[in-house]
Design a protein around this ligand. Structure first.
Ligand SMILES: CC(=O)SCCNC(=O)CCNC(=O)[C@H](O)C(C)(C)COP(=O)(O)OP(=O)(O)OC[C@H]1O[C@@H](n2cnc3c(N)ncnc32)[C@H](O)[C@@H]1OP(=O)(O)O
Ligand SMILES: CC(=O)C(=O)O
Length: 539
């Protein structure tokens, strides 16, 4: 038995978040993933709301889940009708889940204004709905909506609503901070009070409107709840729900409270990214535990200590949640950042202290001009190799011409380049959707005979940032390019007051770095003695 059950509502409350919508099939994929990781409950949707949620409940029946119990969500019956005649409840029963979770009103203010019924009728609605669903063979969880607001306004009535749920036969009563406005000390005090009054196992469901949903959920566990409801990445209505991706490792590592099996914790980073991918949301880089920046170290002072002992600036080892440590190169770096990178890239042997200081100064000077190596590890490594390992790009530009022509209202772009590729002069031209695309096409064309591998490299992101807007169209721009080969991705940078030149620098670095990666991969395969492990980027 776990100490705390994890109840995931990504597929219901998560989809109440702005911009979040899953297809029925994607919902099934998420449910199966949560099941595989040992989540205890997966709330699949609101069957009384829409056909897609009903479809999910049909689809999920085709799968045998190993750990999770699927639950369906709905409300208490409408005022003045029989539970058996309520359309929402009919759909809830039709969903055919072992568990039904219903929400009901706790706050007298809501009963009066939202339901527009009497306090007594609300108590009957709660008790009769729970009892009816139980009679239909479902285990019933009762979500006490606005519990903490209701308790603050009229604690006697709020407790009476919980007793109505208990009398109807609820198996769990979940206290909800629906508006997300309550503070952690209050949550602890109120949950402790309720635990003394109500003899049904309690749960917690918090929203994040004061950025406290995780803290409030942890306080509720401290006060004795056995179930925590929340969503992956904290998706949900308004500012979101309690983020299970933070709650689960905090329970495990900070409080030694078991929830999902310990072996699943290393999968949390992957789970977070899997769900953000299906939700079509950018992963949040500063997300605790699993974000790309959660263990990214930038300040030289931090990196210096980290090299001596990682615990100096990390609250846990990143690998425990499937994340990894990163060190960034920037104007805030010290020599320690370089030393860390050398270790990471197996490149540092024999570099003198003075040379490190010189390279660091050069990097800081370049950052002052507008370069940014944080997102351009490819460009950084090329500089490192040029400075200390005699690296020379296998190609160089001799001549470049860009033609832009407006014909019959359409703009045509063409790039003509003359290059030296491995000592051979190559002259090519290519068209493109715009001058940068034409440039990219011409560069690839020039290289394709000597380096057919270039075909595998695709530009996956291209960002231009104007560095000093007040200079208008004369301003210096920074171009950041991300390139991938279907397996890994790497960033490169270019800076100039001419956007074409900045783009060219970033493109050249992207291809040169891609070739270097492949070359070293081949050498890796060639066996011991080869230069190893060049790339540590996003794979
Ligand atoms: C705290 C939460 O997050 S609860 C979950 C909220 N989630 C959603 O609302 C998403 C899904 N919702 C829906 O698809 C729709 O709102 C439906 C199908 C549930 C209802 O649609 P409609 O019948 O058109 O009603 P509408 O959405 O306009 O209003 C909600 C109704 O539910 C009633 N209601 C609200 N809470 C409860 C409750 N606990 N028990 C019974 N009725 C309730 C409201 O009083 C209102 O009734 P009214 O139409 O008589 O004024
Ligand atoms: C039940 C629910 O989603 C809430 O109270 O926020």
């Amino acid at each position: 038995m776990p100490n705390v059950e994890i109840y995931d509502t990504t597929l219901r409350d998560g989809t109440q978040g702005e911009g979040i919508s899953f297809s029925a099939k994607d919902k099934v994929k998420i449910a199966l993933k949560l099941d595989a990781l040992g989540f205890h409950y997966v709330e699949g949707g609101y069957p009384g709301s829409n056909p897609k949620d009903l479809q999910f409940f049909d689809l999920i029946k085709e799968h045998k889940l190993k750990n999770a119990r699927v639950t369906a969500f709905g409300s208490t019956r409408r005022p003045g009708v029989e539970a058996a005649g309520d359309e929402n409840l009919r759909q809830l029963v039709r969903a055919g889940t072992a568990v039904a979770t219903i929400f009901g009103k706790t706050w007298d203010f809501h009963v009066k204004y939202a339901l527009q019924t009497t306090l007594e009728e609300n108590l009957r609605m709660i008790r009769e709905t729970v009892a009816y669903l139980k009679q239909q063979g479902q285990e019933v969880f009762y979500d006490a909506e606005h519990f903490f607001d209701g308790y603050a306004a009229n604690s006697a009535y709020a407790l009476a609503t919980l007793r109505a749920a208990r009398d109807g036969g609820a198996a769990r009563i979940i206290l909800c901070d629906t508006n997300g406005g309550r503070m952690p000390d209050e949550i602890h005090r109120v949950v402790s009070d309720v635990a003394r009054e109500i003899d049904v196992p309690l749960g917690i469901h918090c929203h994040n409107d004061c950025e406290l949903a995780v803290a409030n959920s942890l306080m509720a566990v401290k006060a004795g709840v056995v179930q925590v409801q929340g969503t992956i990445n904290g998706y949900g209505e308004r500012c979101g729900n309690a983020n299970l991706i933070s709650i689960i490792p905090s329970l495990a590592f900070k409080y030694r409270v078991e929830s999902i099996p310990e072996k699943s914790l290393v999968e949390l980073t992957e789970l977070s990214r899997f769900v953000s991918e299906l939700a079509n949301m950018h992963p949040m880089s500063n997300q605790p535990y699993v974000g790309g920046s959660a263990f990214a170290h930038k300040g030289g002072v931090h990196v210096s200590a980290l090299l001596k002992n990682p615990q100096t600036y990390e609250h846990i080892e990143p690998e425990r949640v499937g994340n990894r440590r990163r060190v960034l190169i920037s104007e805030l770096s010290g020599v320690s950042n370089l030393l860390y990178k050398y270790q990471e890239l197996d490149l540092g042997l024999g570099i003198e202290k003075e040379d490190n200081k010189k390279l660091l100064q050069e990097l800081k000077e370049l950052e002052n001009q507008g370069y940014q190596f944080e997102g351009a590890e490819g460009s950084f490594e090329l500089r490192l190799r040029k400075a200390f390992h005699g690296y020379v790009e296998p190609f160089s530009l001799e001549n470049l011409k860009i033609l832009i022509e407006m014909r019959d209202g359409t703009v045509y772009s063409e790039a003509i380049i003359k290059m030296n590729v491995n000592g051979r002069v190559v002259h090519t031209a290519a068209e493109g959707n715009g001058p940068v695309n034409a440039l990219d096409n011409a560069l690839r064309k020039a290289l394709e005979e000597s380096y057919p591998q270039v075909e595998k490299m695709q530009l996956s992101d291209y960002k231009v940032r104007v560095l000093d807007e007040k200079d208008g169209t004369e301003a210096v721009v920074r171009v950041l390019v991300e390139t991938g080969d279907g397996h890994c991705a790497w960033g490169t940078v270019g800076v100039s007051s001419n956007i074409i030149e900045a783009s060219w620098q970033a493109l050249v670095d992207s291809i040169a770095y891609g070739l270097l990666r492949l070359e070293n991969q081949d050498e890796d395969e060639a066996g011991p003695g080869a230069i190893t492990g060049v790339f540590r980027g996003k794979c």
